[in-house]
Design a protein around this ligand. Structure first.
Ligand SMILES: O=C(O)CCC(=O)C(=O)O
Ligand SMILES: [Fe+2]
Length: 265
């Protein structure tokens, strides 16, 4: 349970940090310290222009690929300035965080791994865990090499459509997939979209190895359960309830996090 809560913490704090990319990159550019900004009730504002912009109260500077600039501001400053420029609350950005990528960065627009994008290695503790979990599904004598990971965040109503993970060079290596937080339905189909899927529940702490035949099968997540009873997170709830910080508990009561780790080459 302690380990689960640790991965939830990392998924909300360190994993979405640049140079790791998130679904927010395309619009806002890299965003630093989103989780802290949520706690401090900050608001992200678009600078009207990058020259001569008001720096008062800004705690971090971000710029996106279109050279727009977005910065976090204290709520009161944002209220004053928000009348004349675009704004979004940090809390809204966290709710709309759908994925981040660790290690080699996946380019969703081109559907490939872009080795030229800046990246950090996957944290060592996560690599060790992935190697341990992957071992039973590895070809004899080979060790799993975690090179990339996708962290998926699911809020109420979020789903993941049926897909194949076919961008990795070698399908004899498994994908290690960990579930945290609210329970989900996972559908494992066949090699064709038409094959009827098998449905299973994935609960916090479950690990799935997409290996062998299953590595080549369609799969998706059609729903998560956020109601207290069916989410089945009582012990996780207890774990986070002992803390002063209510934010992790609030988040995980209504969310599921999936961390899936891949050997790309
Ligand atoms: O959320 C899950 O359990 C599955 C995630 C997945 O299939 C993916 O990211 O490719
Ligand atoms: Fe997948």
């Amino acid at each position: 349970m302690q380990e689960q809560s640790q991965w939830i913490r990392e998924s909300l704090t360190s994993f979405p940090q640049p140079p790791n990319r998130t679904n927010h990159n395309a619009f806002y550019g890299p965003i630093d310290d989103l989780f802290n900004a949520v706690k401090e009730k900050k608001v992200l504002l678009e600078e009207e222009s990058s020259i001569g912009s008001l720096d008062l109260g800004a705690s971090s500077c971000t710029s996106n690929e279109d050279a727009h600039r977005w910065k976090f501001y204290e709520e009161d400053i944002a209220t004053l300035r928000g009348k004349t420029c675009k704004s979004v609350k940090a809390g809204v950005l966290l709710r709309k965080l759908r994925w981040c990528t660790l290690g080699l960065q996946f380019d969703w627009s081109k559907r490939n791994y872009n080795v030229s994008l800046p990246h950090k290695k996957i944290p060592d503790a996560l690599c060790q865990l992935a190697k341990r979990l992957a071992a039973p599904a590895m070809p004899i004598g080979e060790e799993f090499q975690p090179e990339a990971a996708i962290v998926n965040y699911f809020g109420l109503g979020d789903t993941l459509g049926g897909h194949l993970d076919d961008m990795e060079a070698d399908w004899s290596k498994p994908i290690v997939s960990m579930s945290l937080g609210c329970k989900a339905i996972f559908l494992l189909g066949g090699k064709s979209r038409e094959d009827p899927p098998l449905a299973m529940f994935l609960r916090s702490g479950d690990a799935v190895l997409m290996a062998g035949e299953a590595r080549e099968c369609f799969h998706g997540v059609p729903r998560i359960f956020t109601d207290r009873e069916n989410a089945e997170i009582a012990s996780l709830d207890l774990q986070f309830s002992h803390e002063d910080d209510p934010f992790f508990l609030e988040y995980i009561r209504n969310s599921r996090i999936n961390i899936n780790i891949r050997q790309v080459f």
